[in-house]
Ligand binder design. Structure first.
Ligand code: FAD
Ligand code: SF4
Length: 528
């Protein structure tokens, strides 16, 4: 429906059709650089096929739709004409391409303008649709990122192996953040080694919980829509309190800097049962939807350091995630797609165990992380990497299935950031483009970094037997299964040597128990 500027409804009156995709919700976007309210029309759609591309949690669907509708309303308040296609309760199927074709026929614009999408296949759909329509497609660079595709391409082509650390230093120098002329403030680039603390037996203590945003009328409307249209989708919406506007996202940033950044560094890898939000920022979704400019996030963190409100180890650790990992991951996605999606160097081919859709399991760590994920659409990095991700890898799940799960469950999941984190960092499916070695460990890692094992029926130190921790059994099985590949990786030599020390009978027993565990977990009930 078009509101305001009714004269634009007449075919032939629209000059440019300006497409705003669901993760481009910023009035400072390059599509508005030469926007003329008198003749240009904004076009937004909640197409069902894209919303249903994977079996998303209710929270993930709701956050996208609520943020889009708030942005639409803010545009209209500013006097922009917006042609907005909203999903209804009925399951009518629509696609981005079909909706766009209808709009192009109705308004007959001179050209289509859009910021480059964050998803490879959406970019292809737009190019194909424009070709079919015979329309000019003006695709503009996404200014929300520090590093362009060309710059990343140059960086990548200069070296045989890509590594985060070199890229990160380059970005620090380029941006000039936490720099003392061309050297890092404090004399070192990275405080990673100091930043791996657990909470000890006493736990995390009192943590000021992140600012919560009570759903307003628009968001409540979306919640009702999702509850009806996507009633059978996983997760719930009772706890939905995410920022869905620019103002809320800025408040969430301020709240993080004020209350949690100080301890972000040391405890970024720590986990604690029943406490879903520790010292992390919970800002990924706001940045990914363009409600929050990463530059503002980085500037606020640096400012906190300069004013003595947060220590360097926390500020550096946090900034590295944004100007380092976030940019690097995006660079890898666009450089290696579309082949990247199909990589599977470990040859894993099992389905995802149903517990990933229910949280029903006697493994305390997985129960906590999966339940929290389904209920809130959130888990922090180490929960994603070293609990759900690690288990899927040790279990030998087809990495593409793992990718589909991650894309479906997290409120911040958009393919450019989700896919390399899953296929590369967590599943080693890309053979080392992102990580230097597979992130594999026994249950002892989880025991060290959390209190999950305290109330678990399994023992992380045991490989076999009734009390053996499934992570530990599968870890040793993994080392044996992937022996050939791991021997070629010098960073795995210690682990390979440890596996060599197992005697024949123990190896056989581990294999047998690993197979039995797989059969048992795959036979459980749950959606797959
Ligand atoms: P914080 O811990 O506070 O970190 C600050 C910010 O740094 C984040 O908001 C995020 O923007 C950025 N960041 C941190 N780590 C990464 C990373 N590895 N890659 C890219 N950005 C990073 N992040 C997503 O935004 N979407 C995803 O779909 C996603 N899927 C992931 C899947 C797996 C298997 C793993 C291991 C990581 C994934 N991440 C993803 C990265 C990271 O886990 C989340 O960005 C982070 O947990 C979000 O919570 P936060 O905002 O509290 O982050
Ligand atoms: Fe997880 Fe194993 Fe610890 Fe249980 S014992 S919580 S399964 S790591």
């Amino acid at each position: 429906m078009l509101i305001g500027y009714q004269n634009l409804e007449t075919a032939g009156k629209v000059r440019d059709l300006v497409l705003v995709l669901g993760d481009q919700l910023d009035i400072g976007s390059p599509v508005f650089d030469d926007f003329d309210k008198k003749v240009d029309l904004i076009w937004m759609t909640e197409s069902s096929i894209e919303a249903e591309y994977v079996w998303s949690t209710k929270a993930r669907i709701a956050i996208f739709l609520a943020s889009m509708r708030h942005f639409r309303d803010s545009l209209r308040r500013k006097g922009f004409a917006v042609d907005y296609h909203a999903l209804g309760d009925e399951k009518v199927k629509t696609t981005l391409a079909s909706e766009l074709k209808l709009a192009a026929k109705q308004f007959r614009p001179r050209k289509l303008i859009v910021v480059e999408p964050g998803v490879w296949h959406i970019k292809e759909i737009l190019k194909k649709t424009a070709r079919e329509l015979g329309s000019e497609l003006n695709m503009r660079r996404d200014r929300y990122f520090y590093c362009s595709h060309e710059e990343f391409g140059e960086h990548a082509s200069e070296r045989t192996r890509l590594r985060l650390e070199l890229f990160y230093r380059k970005m620090r120098r380029k941006i000039g953040v936490l720099m003392d002329s061309d050297q890092p403030v404090g004399g070192v680039w990275n405080y990673d080694a100091e930043n791996r603390q657990n909470f000890g037996k006493g736990g995390p203590g009192e943590i000021r919980q992140p600012m919560s945003f009570r759903p307003d009328r628009v968001t409540r409307g979306i919640i009702a829509l999702v509850e009806k249209r996507y009633a059978d989708h996983p997760g719930g919406l009772k706890l939905f309190d995410w920022p869905v506007t620019r103002k809320q996202a800025s408040a969430a940033l301020e709240d993080f800097i004020e209350n949690r950044l100080v301890r972000f560094g040391p405890y970024q890898d720590a986990m604690w049962a029943g406490v879903p939000y520790l010292y992390h920022s919970r800002l990924s979704n706001a940045m990914n939807l363009h409600l929050l400019d990463p530059r503002d996030v980085v500037a606020a963190a640096e400012q906190a350091y300069m004013e003595g409100r947060a220590p360097l180890r926390s500020v550096e650790g946090f900034i590295r995630q944004i100007i380092g990992w976030r940019e690097y991951i995006r660079g890898v996605y666009w450089r290696f797609m579309p082949d990247y999606e199909h990589m599977n160097v470990l040859g894993h081919d099992l389905p995802l165990p149903p517990l990933y859709w229910t949280g029903n399991t006697d493994m305390a760590c997985l129960r906590d992380c999966v339940t929290q994920t389904l209920e809130r659409g959130y888990a922090h990095h180490i929960q994603r990497l070293m609990v759900t991700g690690l288990f899927a890898q040790l279990f030998a799940v087809d990495p593409h299935e793992v990718h589909k799960w991650y894309l479906a469950v997290y409120v911040d999941a958009i393919e450019w950031v989700e896919m390399p984190n899953v296929l590369g960092m967590s599943q080693f499916a890309d053979g080392g483009l992102i990580a230097t070695k597979p992130y594999v460990a026994t249950g002892k890692y989880i025991q060290r970094m959390s209190n999950y094992c305290v109330d678990c029926r399994y023992d992380p130190a045991r490989k076999t037997g009734d009390a053996a921790c499934p992570f530990t059994t599968l870890y040793w099985d993994f080392l044996m299964r992937q022996d050939k590949l791991l021997r070629r990786n010098s960073r795995m030599s210690l682990q390979v040597k440890n596996a060599d020390r197992l005697d024949r009978a123990e190896k056989q027993l581990i294999r047998k128990e690993a197979d039995a565990l797989r059969s048992r977990l795959l036979a459980e009930q749950g959606r797959y």
